[in-house]
Design a protein around this ligand. Sequence first.
Ligand SMILES: *Cc1c(COP(=O)(O)O)cnc(C)c1O
Length: 487
Amino acid sequence: MIMLLNECSKTGKSGVTLPCCDVPEKALTDYFSQALLRDKAPELPELSEPEVVRHFTNLSSLNHHLDKGFYPLGSCTMKYNPKVNDAAAAHPAFSGLHPLQSSQSLQGAMQIYGEVEQYLCAVTGMNAFTLQPAAGSHGELTGVMIMRKYHASKGQNKSIILIPDSAHGTNPASVAIGGFKAVTVNSTSEGLVDIEDLKKKLTPEVAGFMLTNPNTLGIFEENVVEIARLIHQQDGLMYMDGANMNALLGIVKTADMGFDITHINLHKTFSTPHGGGGPGSGPIGVNKKLAQFLPTPVIKKDGKNWVFDWNRPDSIGHVLSFWGHFGVIIRAWAYIRMLGAKGLREVAENAIINANYIRARLEGIYELPYKKRSMHEIVFSGDKQKSRGAKTLDIAKRLLDYGIHAPTIYFPLIVHEAIMIEPTETEKLETLDQFIETMLTIDEEISNDLEKVTKAPWTTPVSRLDEGRANRELNIKWQDGTAIKTE
Ligand SMILES: *Cc1c(COP(=O)(O)O)cnc(C)c1O
């Protein structure tokens, strides 16, 4: 077990060697009034440098992560991200900037904002972008606020946003926070939007349709142009949840499918490592008729200079302090510049081929409930395995013993015992083969050695956690003499 730094601390240990002080010592009270000072010194651990480095190195390997192994977490696009993009973002010329500097002194940074907006317009066919939203879900909310403003500007009081039953959980949440009612549209047995059900629910109160394409089953909504026509007939807006653009880059543009608004997750598709709750970025793009509603300020070019345009009377306002998560935006800029248009298309082609390779080799052993062509991810059902005694959760836990992160499980909700695999384009054939062999081995273990699977994991630092309780009663406060408690 790894001890906490507080537990390894010993009075007098130090990680630095400083020369003797050669100026007279001053008391803190010479600078600050007593009222501002602490009563007693903070309880910081005292440790040597190697102890601290080893502590964090050991901690970093307790959990699975992308630098350690394969991470096929469906819908999350956990792909390997080139370190050079991290280096670009960490460059002191960027990391040393302050957002309150004058725009005159931020010209280089503003150029990067402007160019990323242009690149995203090129990728999606949208007319204008804002880089402010801090995550995909925040982009959705921003989009919903724009929908509201659009309808209000036309004197329309619409109250409903339609969402397919396969939608990501953030979709209905954003709709509700944005003040609309989410109404669910069913899927067909093929895994596509049920057009007949859509027609039934498409009343004049419908403000728009929030659709993921490829949908969360990894299937392309082939009727999307017809769906857009129906929604537009009622003056509804088409919103695309574009969190997972990996399958589309360079192949199809969001605007060409009839969407009016889309968000993009830079931290999924455009090179920012994610998964630990670090900063994200969920830019949204809109077409011409909605550009006036984008959040303020808009970054634009005035002659030779980049400027912030605050004079936007129709704007929904500001959605984030300052201008968006700049480090994430620099990574996206570097990634797009590195790959170019041809490279971006190859990202999509390889993401699709990798997913279909896994599908072809596992289909039959694992049940594939929706058989339409897969895009960048595949959703199997663990029903066959469950009938032999092991749930999808067990399979996911057993994968950890083999050094592989579990796929997304039990989502989308319309698939029993769902196992949602997104290999991404950055994995080589050998890694895919190793994953496939492992999935086949686990299937055999279910027949031959069931407990190996149902009691997994065996090799991780902790075995089965009570995940429901850990979420509901989260308490990670350090208490004297004890490691992390969940009581
Ligand atoms: C990840 C994801 C989101 C939400 O993005 P966050 O950045 O996590 O808020 C929305 N929709 C889909 C389909 C996603 O995969």
